[in-house]
Design a protein around this ligand. Structure first.
Ligand code: AMP
Length: 214
């Protein structure tokens, strides 16, 4: 199964992709996570992407398309994958079509998570993760049971993404509305677009997705 999750930053694509990954044994491919790993590793690609990411803008289509094309070829993608954060522009969506044709793959479904932009600023600026295990928390919505201690691994170090501040979030939302939102109708015209209410509780969003996927 090959899926795309579409939605603005903060919609919950990553959270839901991780849940679908476990339920369907398909792998989450997050271009944001891949880029952050490149930045952390100090690679040339990471150095190229770092500044753009911190400004809330989009890195070049060419770089992203190459990165995702070679990632899809890896063995762990054979059983299927969930694209989280890609495509984000019309040229990326068109390149993905060409890529799928060339690789003999078929896109099963595109799920659009409908959310309210203003709520996204609060969701994103409050989020942080355990540095040891990656478990996600939120200042208002999901604190650890014991303050300062990760529920999952007991870790006491937490980190926030460099681009999760209010100013950058506004740029990211603007980039989404200007450059990514147009691909909703691109997939609508192909007849493979499904929409769900992304403002519902996390478990309910997962259920809506599973009902769609079957
Ligand atoms: P995300 O983790 O999906 O919120 O992505 C974080 C940042 O990585 C974005 O704000 C962009 O700067 C960059 N990025 C991730 N995916 C893409 C993409 N498909 N196209 C361009 N830039 C991307």
């Amino acid at each position: 199964m090959k899926l795309i999750l579409l939605g603005p930053p903060g919609a919950g694509k990553g959270t839901q992709a991780k849940r679908l990954q476990e339920s369907y044994s398909i792998i989450q491919l997050s271009t944001g996570d891949m880029l952050r790993a490149e930045v952390d590793s100090g690679s040339a690609l990471g150095a190229q992407a770092k500044e753009v990411m911190e400004s809330g803008e989009l890195v070049s289509d060419e770089l992203i398309i190459k990165m995702i094309s070679s990632r899809i070829d890896k063995d762990d993608c054979k059983a299927g994958f969930i694209l989280d954060g890609f495509p984000r522009t019309t040229p990326q969506a068109e390149a993905l079509d060409v890529m799928f044709d060339e690789k003999g793959l078929k896109l099963d479904c595109v799920i659009e998570m409908q959310v309210d932009d203003e709520a996204m600023v609060e969701r994103i600026t409050g989020r942080y993760t355990c540095s040891a295990c990656g478990r996600g928390y939120h200042d208002s919505f999901k604190k650890p049971d014991v303050e300062g201690v990760c529920n999952k691994c007991g870790g006491t170090e937490f980190s926030r993404r460099a681009d999760d501040n209010a100013e950058t979030v506004r740029s990211r939302l603007q980039a989404y509305n200007e450059q990514t939102a147009p691909i909703i109708s691109y997939y609508g015209n192909k007849g493979i677009l499904k929409s769900i209410d992304g403002m519902a509780a996390i478990d309910d969003v997962t259920k809506q997705m599973k009902d769609l996927i079957g």
